[in-house]
Ligand binder design. Sequence first.
Ligand code: FAD
Ligand code: SF4
Ligand code: SF4
Length: 563
Amino acid sequence: MSTESSQQITREEMEVDVLIVGGGAAGLSCAIHYKNLIAAQNNGADPMVVVLEKGSEIGAHSLSGAVMNPVALKELIPNYEELGCPINSDVKKEAFYYLGKSFSLKSPIIPPPFHNHGNVIISLSQYNRWLAQHAEAKGVNIFAGFTAAEVLLDGDKVIGVQTGDRGLNKNGEPKENFEPGMIIKAKITIFADGTRSPLLKRVSEKLGLRKDRNPEVFELGVKEIIQMPAGTVEAGQVIHTLGFPFNKSIGGTFIYTLKNDQIVVGLCAYLDTADPLLDPHRELQKLKTHPFMQKLLKDGQVITYGGKTLPAGGWFSMSKLYHHGMMACGDTVSMVDVKKLKGIHLAMKSGMLAAETAAEAFVKNDFSADTLKTYEDKVNASYIKSELWKTRNFHQALSKGLVASMPEIMLQEITGGRGLVARRTIDHKDYQTTKPVKEVWGSQTVAEMEKRLPAADNKLFFDKLSSVYMTGTMHDEDSPNHLKLQDGNICSDVCKPQYDSPCNHFCPANVYEMIDDSTSGKKKLQINYTNCIHCHTCDIKCPFDNIDWTLPEATGGPNYKEV
Ligand SMILES: Cc1cc2nc3c(=O)[nH]c(=O)nc-3n(C[C@H](O)[C@H](O)[C@H](O)COP(=O)(O)OP(=O)(O)OC[C@H]3O[C@@H](n4cnc5c(N)ncnc54)[C@H](O)[C@@H]3O)c2cc1C
Ligand code: SF4
Ligand code: SF4
């Protein structure tokens, strides 16, 4: 079947039963569990389940720490070990340090949020590839290299998505290889498209998904994998640190040891910082200068890099999970225990609960919000709620500062997450907290901060562009820029002089640069969009909310293999 869209483009039309947007842990777990449930019904039904993934292949856009709580995996695929699940190591040793500028203090106890006993260390990229093989073996149709570009609505009912057009040039005109996106209609559409979903951002208001919720807030995480000399690393160690290198911002670091003498080093920074110069890539380089890290990483060679945001607002920031014809799971709806830095098992479990709800809806042949509401009931009755409830006020307290928030955080620990107030609100979005450079840094300049960093040696220390090279990122040079700038004058006239153009700092992929504009004699923003690693930070943290991150042509973006 085909249909004509408003732009007079004829589009192929396809009808499926369950459409899952996003081939991450949430989407793939949903697809696998749904197929298991249908097989268990044993009535010969063979519903069509489609997973759309914008990466060139499953795993290409997957990035995480990743120390995983295997609870959901054990439910989904009990014989996962036998089936060759790519677990790098069990967690064998744990440690927690406070890092001062030049000293390290090992905590005699591991604070409860950092307990990882019973967890496993994985590469999320490899893990998701493995889940995808499993899903395909069960008959799930995985369309990698397909972007869901637009949500299709019939009134306020979600009826599917339109996939992105391919083969447009820089100006948005069709090239010789132009392929119009498809209309995919589904009885149920499940959004599992990860952090800061551009799709739900557009339809949230219309569908009332964020009514009475705290605003969504985020952290930006960056990580590297470092190859150490043979025989020097014992796999299975998990180390968390607080303190250095963070100065004006709040964040923490994670260090995991892998098989084959590899070490993961990463950090996550709160994006509701006042600091306009926050640059997690720079902080990561700085972290490696600390004597504690120097000892750990001596003779190491960085082999890969990546960056991504994760939702940090917790329970009260979660969107409504369902509406007519749709459900949403995982990072899309902020299901991350940010205190423990754990989201994978919650993403998987929510995908599975959405699958159960979908299966029930098919039996009733009713896909209305009234029926899909049971998904929310299932989430409330599961460990998703019991875990997230314990950290429901955590971000709100911590965003006041590490030291200032300690008494409240300890009280939360004792009171099962409550603390002083039953529900702490968040009175800002991340971009609203950014302050002018002078207010935060006085007369210090970025150049001075850069001077304190070691020169890039392309061994342990890297400049941003060389780091981006390691992500394998590609976008067609002659395709439309997906980073939509609203008003360039704000960049030149207000943001540069007062805020020193935060996007030039926070972007972990060097996409944004203020360059000389010979016509105006001022600086103007240049957007190197082909470098973009899809972390979404610019959509979240530009102080003037001046950037809209839209979905680029499918297959573009990073090509993570190990992170
Ligand atoms: C630095 C960092 C460290 C972390 N460490 C840990 C950890 O140690 N342990 C832990 O449990 N959790 C950790 N997390 C959190 C964890 O990674 C996430 O909670 C989890 O991966 C969420 O899974 P998901 O399937 O919901 O989303 P994702 O993994 O983001 O998957 C979404 C998928 O949807 C695709 N997609 C997006 N939009 C579209 C579209 N429009 N069309 C088609 N496809 C689309 C994306 O390409 C992606 O593959 C960490 C996160 C970060 C950023
Ligand atoms: S895009 Fe935003 S952060 Fe970047 S220069 Fe413009 S206003 Fe500043
Ligand atoms: S352009 Fe935006 S989404 Fe892309 S890497 Fe930079 S900050 Fe992240």
